[in-house]
Design a binder for this molecule. Sequence first.
Ligand SMILES: [Zn+2]
Ligand SMILES: [Zn+2]
Length: 104
Amino acid sequence: MKVKKFMAVFLTFVMLAGMLPATAYAGECPAEDSSRNGGNHFWNVISATDPTCTSPGTVTSQCVYCDTTKTEQTGSALGHSWSDWAITKKATCTENGTRSRTCG
Ligand SMILES: [Zn+2]
Ligand SMILES: [Zn+2]
């Protein structure tokens, strides 16, 4: 059963190797070595938010080497999309009425 044992060792090695890249280069960020990746961080997007009425969307990235993060805006705020005005109180002979509208 030599082959089976070899496969077991081989698979263990492959599994360990698969776990390496994230930690193998820790502290070796290209940002500290301009000969690699033009001296730039290697960004990996870790989260994103959609734009809303009042704020633009954002994309947060993290460097795979040094864990530095950055957040960038994408596009711009959508602006409110108002409904039509609705009469909430009818005007009378002596009082002004009121009206309202909502976004979304
Ligand atoms: Zn970095
Ligand atoms: Zn709105």
